[in-house]
Design a protein around this ligand. Structure first.
Ligand code: SF4
Length: 340
């Protein structure tokens, strides 16, 4: 949904400005899934909008819901036939949407299904924001109650390598004219594109930053995440110090615990040492998750709890995040890569 096109269309048709407000209300308050449902608009305008401005810029090919958790995953087919995925989940009281920023990913993280697909292309701003709009429509259609409280750029792709479209999409999502999602409820995750953090602090100072760390040993991290050969832990440290000085915001360090790979006591020690080497490290918080290995398997909870206890004992702020939707391949790229 390119809302600018809708506004333009209404202006060019010589219609009064209040029609724009009515369209906004239908799209972003009622959550209509088809223009026919926009009963607050005159019939001829509804028909014209139906012909000229599709509600979503992609086809929803499949939605599957978890039987265990409040999680749904959608497979979307773009205009060129490529596919992406997005996830709706309810970890706490409100819905959260996890969105993709690219088709595939060039970063080749060894534990990630999307990384194995390789990079196809960047998503447009509209393809990014429509993932959230699609779930907004779904929530209304299925009468699931609450609004979308947060959006995380943690789906397919490296957001900071599609920088402009991601920043524009985040701004649009938080705009009062669009879905009005608070800027502080939008999170950008990066595998560690250190040279973009300065710009991000300028362009989206209110957004949350999550750095996928997964290992605090340079050699081991390079094996897990090849991006570490370009931006190593020293580069990340400097970039984080600058980012924190500029924004004063808390930064989340994501750590997917993989048994016998990054879960041993020396990994805890190295992670704590690295965190303590960073200025203003009280603003760093570690989020641990049991690595989702696909086909419903994941690292045992016991291993994650021991890792968390080790970090806590060293004075590091840590939370264990619930891993949701294992039964529907909800980890990034698992569905799209299986469909290929
Ligand atoms: S984890 Fe993220 S950055 Fe790494 S390959 Fe997967 S999608 Fe790309």
């Amino acid at each position: 949904m390119n809302f600018e096109n809708v506004k333009q269309y209404i202006k060019e048709a010589g219609l009064p400005n209040f029609r724009i407000k009515q369209v906004q209300e239908a799209l972003f308050k009622k959550g209509i899934s088809s223009w026919d449902e926009a009963t607050n608009l005159p019939a001829d305008l509804r028909e014209n909008l139906k012909e000229n401005t599709p509600l979503l810029c992609f086809k929803v090919s499949q939605i599957i819901c978890s039987k265990k958790d409040k999680v749904a995953k959608a497979l979307l087919t773009l205009h060129d036939g490529l596919q992406i995925e997005t996830v709706l989940l309810k970890p706490q009281d409100s819905w959260s949407v996890c969105i993709s920023s690219q088709v595939g990913c060039a970063m080749h993280c060894s534990f990630c299904s999307t990384g194995k697909m390789g990079f196809k292309r960047d998503l447009t701003q509209e393809e990014i924001t429509d993932q959230v709009l699609m779930w907004y429509q779904y929530i209304h259609k299925e009468k699931l109650g609450e609004r979308i409280g947060s959006v995380v750029f943690m789906g397919m792709g490296e957001p900071l390598l599609n920088y402009l479209n991601v920043v524009r999409a985040a701004r649009e999502l938080s705009s009062a004219d669009f879905l009005n999602i608070g800027a502080r409820h939008i999170s950008i995750s990066t595998s560690g594109i250190a040279d973009k953090l300065h710009k991000l602090a300028v362009d989206l100072p209110q957004a949350n930053l999550a750095l996928s760390l997964h290992n605090a040993d340079n050699d081991e991290r390079s094996k897990l995440m090849p991006v570490n050969r370009k931006f190593d832990l020293e580069d990340l440290k400097k970039a984080l110090e600058e980012y924190i000085a500029m924004t004063g915001r808390q930064v989340f360090l994501e750590y997917a615990v993989i048994e016998n790979v990054n879960s041993r006591p020396e990994h805890i020690r190295k992670l704590a040492d690295w965190i303590y080497s960073i200025k203003d490290n009280y603003l760093l918080h570690v989020n641990l998750i049991a690595c989702n290995l696909g086909r419903g398997e994941k690292t045992e909870d016991r291993v994650v709890k021991e890792f968390a206890a080790g970090l806590k004992a060293m004075g590091i702020g840590v939370t264990i995040r619930k891993s949701m939707g294992n039964d529907i391949l909800a980890a990034c790229g698992q569905l799209a890569s299986q469909k290929r």
